[in-house]
Design a protein around this ligand. Structure first.
Ligand SMILES: [Fe+2]
Length: 329
């Protein structure tokens, strides 16, 4: 960013794929000096569900913490936070992406406490149980149950820290640890397509806008598989809606409940400090967080979130023609 105007930096963020290509060689060279290859890092990102980079970017003067998901205020520190996230994801062979149905397709959103009393405001300050993001969308390599234009959920969730005055923890539950607590019978139940998943709150209004209020694509979806055999392990697609239901089969219900309990037992905590980046593998782990609390605005907790996905297998119908990063729906 040195010697470049803020406007030029901002327009670079509109083309994350090109920016990633520009920044990646410098990262690769620095890693090589430390005797580490990009391949080593990529292997690790697909073995361990979290990478915590401390002081990855500089946080200088910041505006007040925003009180809405969008827009991200344009300031040097938020540009650095965004460019750094794009560079990290590019180093993992991931494109930085958004979905048109969530927060109007913005590439980065503020994770902050919201003002007022409504459900969203409460949710923004409360703790969160373990889940995977964009759970309504299929895992990469699978076609959506109802519409093949629907892009996969992200491979990675990337969080950049701007403020965290109360050291609120982000929690990550490694899938391999969780599964070690379960019986083979429970694992076999979770692999069967017999669960129910609802779109997460941030997607509901966008999905209704795109597909219409009466579309099955804005409603809970049945016949969902939670666990997928992948390579020598498993991938996960999970939100509590899966364990909050009772299913026809008692074995299905109790496997989901035991999975939820095992997640609580396997939770690790990370505090994202200003300048830190946390990359969570959305296939190999679940994430949540502790209570945020506090007041909206001012100097309250402020993270930026974006997503990473290997987009090489996507077809054109899974993108919006007017955007280099926005995926359908
Ligand atoms: Fe999440």
């Amino acid at each position: 960013m040195r010697g470049t105007t803020l406007d030029v930096c901002l327009s670079a963020l509109d083309h994350p794929d090109a920016l990633g290509d520009t920044l990646r060689p410098a990262i690769e060279a620095l890693l090589a000096q430390a005797g580490v290859s990009l391949y080593d890092i990529q292997q690790r990102a697909w073995t361990m569900p979290l990478i915590h980079l401390r002081s990855a970017f500089e946080v200088g003067d910041l505006p007040e913490t925003p009180t809405t998901f969008i827009p991200v205020p344009d300031a040097e520190s938020t540009v650095a936070a965004r460019a750094c996230a794009i560079a990290c994801l590019a180093a993992l062979n991931s494109d930085t992406i958004s979905y048109g149905s969530e927060n109007d397709g913005h590439l980065f959103v503020n994770l902050v406490p919201f003002p007022g009393e409504g459900e969203m405001a409460e949710k923004s300050k409360g703790s969160m149980r373990g889940h995977t993001d964009a759970v309504y969308f299929p895992v990469r390599g699978q076609v959506h149950e109802l519409d093949d234009r629907i892009a996969p959920s992200p491979d990675f969730v990337c969080l950049s820290g701007l403020r965290n005055p109360d050291q609120t923890a982000t929690t990550v539950m490694p899938l391999s640890d969780v599964l070690r607590q379960l019986s083979q019978d429970d694992i076999e139940e979770l692999v069967k397509p017999q669960y129910v998943i609802r779109p997460q709150k941030t997607f509901t209004s966008g999905l209704k806008l795109i597909f219409g209020n009466r579309s099955p694509l804005a409603r809970p979806m049945e016949g969902i598989q939670l666990l997928f055999e992948a390579g020598d392990g498993y991938w996960i697609r999970y939100s509590h809606s899966a364990s909050d239901s009772d299913y026809d089969s008692a074995a299905a219900t109790s496997a989901a409940k035991r999975f939820e309990q095992a997640c609580l037992a396997c939770s690790t905590a990370v505090v994202i400090a200003p300048g830190d980046i946390l990359i969570v593998n959305n296939r190999l782990g679940l994430h949540g967080r502790g209570v945020v609390g506090g007041e909206a605005g001012g100097t309250s907790r402020w993270l930026l979130r974006t997503y990473g996905l290997d987009t090489r297998e996507l077809n054109p119908a899974q993108r919006y023609p007017d955007s280099p990063y926005k995926l359908f729906p």
